[in-house]
Design a protein around this ligand. Structure first.
Ligand code: ADP
Ligand code: ZN
Ligand code: ZN
Length: 721
């Protein structure tokens, strides 16, 4: 056997080795640069791993133990750059995960799954028989005859030009606070253009919250940049792509062939050696926060990554997160520093389209039990008759959230969760939206046999049905009957279904669209002049302190769907409207909304958060425990807190450990869930405390009395409490 003189430290992702920052040691017969992808044996398996920098204090090898050699090196893929590894290292530290987990899950799955031979085949350069591809791959810019042309970019408005100049002149980070339709995307396009023009190696990363927004964006970016940089210069990255597509995009970004990466939160980990600009569109959106595994915030990592890489970063939103709003506060008398971000403002909509008028319907003055108030139905009717479109929002899919027996009080509870099963009329099922458990609707009450079980409350299915009934005699200008359609997670399950339904809306085939928040975001509907939120009040009574922020955001975004096309609106004789049916029209959320006054809303919320010591004025982490019983789950958390005190962990006096409590939905799929909130006024103190604590959590988990624990996890900067 030949000697293997080099010891390499390899990051792998395996649950068995998920304890803090673990690197495994292997032997190699040649030196391997950090960032090199390798396959290594572990037990009887072979895993993808990445050579990592040697730990500061390598653990001494026990006598007589020989290192196993690495199995193979993934030839043909350059090592991941130091900047990329720094990002992974930071994310692992910040979100309390292992380096191996973050590094390996950030790579396209095919790197894990393909054999070395299969991979080599993928990496082979395209054959010269297909000239258009090899041209793109070689990085030679050339016009693509079949690329959609957008050769003449529009002239920037004064506001856009000013913002663009500021981005060029300052280091950032920037918060671009611009109304819906103010032309933020055009600013992103120009900022990307400037970066690509300045340096032939430069790359830009543009992130959007939802997969279904990427095709629109891709179209716009390809149209703008294909002429100059070739079609292959723009790639997408999101979980809806096939494994082969993901590998292709990843390699294009990694080699620098792709100049622009468009993607969802996962793209924040794209390997981009020339990264010079990151755009985070709709930065307030909750989907930037990963909700399983490593619970990272792609927005926050984007800020870190940009600063570390010397790149610019632009966060954009019409309703920024309160964190970003606070971080971009201008200097003031008692706060001469101001925030770390530079706030840029674009208040006007392009083409002078005005923001919709907000109309609050006081539901205490309307017929009891009506889902649609008569004035709202009247307004929708007039729209249909004029050939305009309306959008009706309800954040609850299904027909009714619960079935109920008036005789014995039976309710359609999920047997596995502390939640109701939702009644879906279309296929006559009861479905739990937490665990997925599905049953046929019973013919009679399972409790007492009463055949009259009733739907309680409303879902989108019911709204669709009710609207169709209320509008059954209403005609469009072409004398056709009004057409009502629904878009939610139920109607869009099939691949391509959403695109098809959206196309129908765009084509004007639909007069009234009923939907969940899915349709409130981003879509550029041309002919919608009325948006209605029928039952938004629920969020005001939530125990989650972020609920008002989320509601305000959603309603502002939804309002932004109305009247986006100034020319279209100008041709109509009515101003676009946003209708809100509420039992509390004086509520501050609604009065701010009526004035389209995000700053007033934000100031008030921030004031409340400051007084209550909540983020962004404090830093939080959540430890969660899942077990067979609530008692076991809480016992684990209690033991963890006790261990922290007994061990006198660093910064213990600067963090506050709240007592464990059940989660809002306490039981899901027969697992009881408990949580414990950790709070500190100092972020570094919180992080160091958590890091020191992690080992204890692993040890406590291993104790016999906690062996029935299902799992535990830490969520840093949790979004929902
Ligand atoms: P936002 O991203 O802020 O919602 P968009 O960038 O999508 O807004 O712009 C809204 C609409 O205005 C789009 O149809 C876009 O093509 C158009 N637009 C943007 N900037 C200009 C401009 N400077 N001149 C003319 N039209 C513009
Ligand atoms: Zn009954
Ligand atoms: Zn369930």
């Amino acid at each position: 056997m030949s000697a293997s003189p080099h010891t390499v430290h390899v990051a792998v992702h395996t649950p068995a080795h998920s304890a803090v920052g673990e690197l495994l040691s292997y032997a190699s017969d040649r030196a391997l640069a950090p960032g090199t992808l390798v396959r290594v044996p572990l037990g009887r398996r072979q895993l993808l791993g990445m050579v990592w920098d040697a730990p500061a204090m390598p653990s001494p090898m026990p006598q007589g133990v020989e290192l196993r050699p690495i199995a193979s090196v993934l030839e043909g893929i350059d090592p991941l750059a130091p900047a990329w590894r720094r990002l992974v290292g930071f994310a692992a530290y910040y979100y309390q995960r292992s380096i191996g987990e973050i590094a390996i899950t950030a790579l396209p799955p095919q790197l894990r799954d393909l054999t070395a031979e299969q991979l080599a085949r993928r990496l082979r350069p395209p054959s010269p028989a297909r000239p258009s591809r090899s041209r793109a791959a070689s990085g030679v810019p050339a016009a693509e005859p079949d690329a959609p042309a957008d050769a003449s970019p529009v002239e920037l408005s004064a506001e856009q030009a000013d913002v663009f100049a500021q981005i060029a002149a300052h280091a950032g980070p920037f918060l671009l606070y611009g109304s819906t339709g103010s032309g933020k995307t055009e600013v992103y396009l120009r900022a990307v253009q400037a970066v690509l023009d300045a340096d032939p190696q430069a790359q830009a990363l543009v992130m959007v919250p939802e997969i279904n927004l990427t095709p629109q964006l891709e179209e716009r970016f390809t149209a703008r940049f294909a002429q100059q940089h070739g079609k292959a210069a723009v790639v997408s990255m999101h979980s809806g792509m096939t494994p082969a597509q993901r590998l292709k995009s990843w390699l294009a970004a990694h080699t620098g062939a792709a100049r622009i990466v468009l993607g969802t939160r996962m793209s924040v980990f794209a390997s981009m050696p020339g990264l010079a600009l990151i755009v985070v569109d709709e930065e307030h959106d909750a989907s930037y926060k990963q909700q399983e595994g490593a619970r990272y915030s792609a927005r926050d990592l984007a800020i870190w990554r940009a600063r570390d890489a010397g790149a610019k970063v632009v966060l954009g939103s019409a309703t920024p997160s309160l964190e970003s709003w606070h971080a971009s506060r201008p200097p003031a008398g008692d706060d001469p520093q101001g925030g770390r971000y530079l706030r840029l403002h674009m208040p006007s909509r392009i083409g002078a389209a005005s923001l919709p008028r907000v109309r609050l319907v006081d539901m205490t003055q309307q017929p009891r039990g009506a889902v649609f108030s008569p004035p709202l139905i009247q307004a929708i009717t007039e729209r249909v008759q004029r050939g305009e479109q309306s959008l009706v929002l309800l954040n609850r899919r299904g027909f009714a959230p619960v079935l109920w027996c008036a005789d014995c009080g039976w309710k359609s509870d999920c047997p596995h969760c502390s939640a109701h099963q939702v009644f879906h009329k279309a296929d006559r099922t009861l479905r739990c939206h937490h665990c997925g458990f599905t049953q046929r609707v019973p013919l009679a009450c399972p409790g007492c046999g009463n055949p009259d079980i009733l739907p309680l409350g409303k879902g989108t299915e019911q709204l669709e049905e009710e609207l169709a009934r209320l509008l059954r005699n209403v005609q469009r200008p072409d004398r056709e009957p009004a057409r009502v359609a629904r878009i939610d997670a139920d109607t869009t399950r099939a691949k391509g279904a959403l695109e098809e339904q959206l196309a129908q809306v765009h084509a004007g085939d639909i007069d009234v669209l009923v939907g969940t928040q899915m349709v409130a975001k981003g879509h550029d509907f041309r002919r919608i002049t009325l948006v209605a939120a029928v039952q938004p009040d629920g969020a005001l009574f939530s125990s989650d302190y972020r609920a008002p922020e989320r509601l305000f955001c959603l309603l502002m975004q939804a309002a932004g769907r109305a009247g986006r096309d100034a020319r279209y609106v100008a041709a109509q004789d009515s101003r676009p409207e946003m209708w809100i049916q509420t039992h509390d029209p004086q509520h501050a959320v609604y009065t701010a909304l009526r004035g389209h006054d995000y700053p007033a809303f934000a100031a008030r919320q921030l004031q409340e958060r400051r007084e209550a010591g909540l983020p962004p004025f404090a830093y939080q982490a959540m430890v969660r425990a899942d077990a067979r019983s609530q008692q076991e789950a809480q016992a684990f958390l209690q033991a963890a807190a006790q261990a922290a005190r007994d061990a006198g962990l660093p910064h213990l006096d600067e963090v506050f450990l709240y007592p464990p409590i059940p989660m809002a939905v306490q039981r899901v799929a027969n697992v009881e869930r408990a949580q414990m909130l950790i709070e500190s006024a100092q972020r570094p103190a919180l992080l160091r405390f958590l890091w020191a604590w992690q080992g204890h959590l692993h040890w406590i988990r291993a104790r016999p009395e906690h062996r029935t624990l299902v799992r535990w996890l830490v969520d840093v900067d949790p979004l929902a409490i």
